[in-house]
Design a protein around this ligand. Structure first.
Ligand SMILES: NC(=O)c1ccc[n+]([C@@H]2O[C@H](COP(=O)([O-])OP(=O)(O)OC[C@H]3O[C@@H](n4cnc5c(N)ncnc54)[C@H](OP(=O)(O)O)[C@@H]3O)[C@@H](O)[C@H]2O)c1
Length: 365
């Protein structure tokens, strides 16, 4: 454990990076000591916005990694650059926060995993919803036997991702975004794994996947902006906007997960969890623990009902990671765990090619 504060380098000064900077600035055990990006002006703008003076500002990642006092690198670049960023940070012996999706292929994930293992550094992948208050409440209830043994989970990422997102130009292409399940659906895949795991801090291990893809939006140069409720011309998605996967878990539970970039409606993230002694639908509970209940019990809490990064619980995620570093333990959301989430995505892709169910794991452990 370090006596002084952990120094943080935030790399990739776009939309999400502002939340990483804010969370590390608020944590009493960390301080942002440098920001780097492709453009110097972007890194400087983020520092100014956060009121950070006297920190390192770089447009050269290798130089930023050598900045005095960097212990943690927060990787906030577009997903197709994460692998090279992780390999360089591991070679420099830095702990890492890796934005989702962690990598764009199985080969990238293998390289990243091996580099992290060799460097013996710690990681957390930004499946930030694990710290959403509804998610935390649900996991606490499941671990407390409120709904018994979980046998079926359904989660869906229903989000008309379009050009309002600064990252859209990168994610809409197959070469840099890959597919909808990887770009955004990975949040729903991770949530499905999280809720299918019976322990409070445990995600279930997927063992088989079957999937279809479809929808209407691929190649159509028109988009719907759910923030303004308007249709307009746009650069098209190069892949299908709808993917639906069925997943078997090692503990016997089944999961159904979808991503829907084609939906004409505001962002939603519905959750259904069925157990042998109860059911959870979003924030509503039916449980054997409430023998007199005659209607759904609703829990007033913060739902995962916004795609805005300022709504996401990055503070909880970063505080957890700092605790892991201080107590020298691995996060439940480290790269090794996140690879299981990503493998569901790549298995679904394999399924579109072969039409057959795909057994996991795909990477040799
Ligand atoms: N966990 C979550 O809920 C969540 C939410 C939103 C986003 N994300 C993820 O976070 C990552 C970034 O997304 P974002 O929304 O912040 O995208 P973004 O606004 O496009 O920001 C990415 C930034 O990376 C910089 N960049 C691009 N190419 C680079 C390169 N080769 N080297 C260094 N910097 C480079 C760009 O900065 P310049 O201005 O310097 O060119 C850009 O501003 C993505 O993986 C995304 O999926 C996660």
């Amino acid at each position: 454990m370090k006596d002084e504060k952990y120094g943080v380098l935030v790399h990739g000064a776009g939309w999400v990076s502002g939340q990483h900077i804010a969370a590390f600035t608020r944590n009493p055990r960390t301080e942002v000591v440098a920001i780097s990006s492709r453009k110097l002006a972007s890194a400087r703008a983020r520092a100014d916005e956060a009121g950070l003076t006297g920190i390192g500002i770089y447009d050269d990642y290798e130089m930023a990694l050598k900045h005095d006092g960097v212990d943690i690198v927060s990787i906030c670049t577009p997903q197709h650059i994460h692998c090279e960023n992780v390999l360089a940070a591991a070679a420099a012996g830095k702990h890492m926060v890796i934005e989702k999706p962690a990598g764009n292929s199985l080969d990238e994930l293998r390289q990243m995993r091996d580099a992290v293992r060799n460097a013996r550094v710690r990681t957390i992948v930004s499946f930030v919803l694990r710290w959403n208050p509804l998610f935390k409440t649900i996991k606490s209830m499941i671990a407390d036997d409120a709904i018994g043994q979980v046998y079926f989970v359904e989660t869906d990422y229903e989000h008309n991702v379009a050009s309002w997102w600064s990252g859209y130009e990168d994610i809409r292409k197959v070469s840099t975004g890959v597919n909808a399940l990887l770009v955004g659906g990975c949040h729903a895949v991770d949530a499905m794994r999280w809720f299918a795991g019976q322990g409070e801090f445990e995600a279930a291990r997927p063992i088989e996947v079957f999937a279809y893809s479809g929808g209407w939006r691929k190649g159509i140069p028109r988009e719907f902006n759910y923030l303004t409720n308007e249709f307009r011309e746009s650069r098209p998605l190069e892949y299908e906007g709808l993917e639906v996967a069925l997943v078997k878990f090692a503990n016997g539970a089944l999961g159904k997960v979808s991503v829907n970039f084609d939906c004409i409606m505001p962002y939603t993230f519905p959750i259904e969890i069925f157990g042998g002694k109860g059911t959870i639908r979003d924030n509503r509970v039916w449980s054997h623990k409430f023998p007199g209940q005659r209607d759904w019990v609703s829990i007033p809490t913060i739902l995962p009902d916004s795609a805005d990064v300022s709504h996401h619980p990055f503070q909880g995620q970063m505080d957890h990671f700092v605790e892991c570093l201080m107590s020298e333990r691995e996060s439940h959301c480290n790269l090794e765990d996140a690879i299981m989430t990503h493998e569901v995505v790549f298995a679904a892709q394999e399924c579109y090619r072969t039409g057959c169910p795909v057994k996991l794991p795909l990477l040799v452990p």
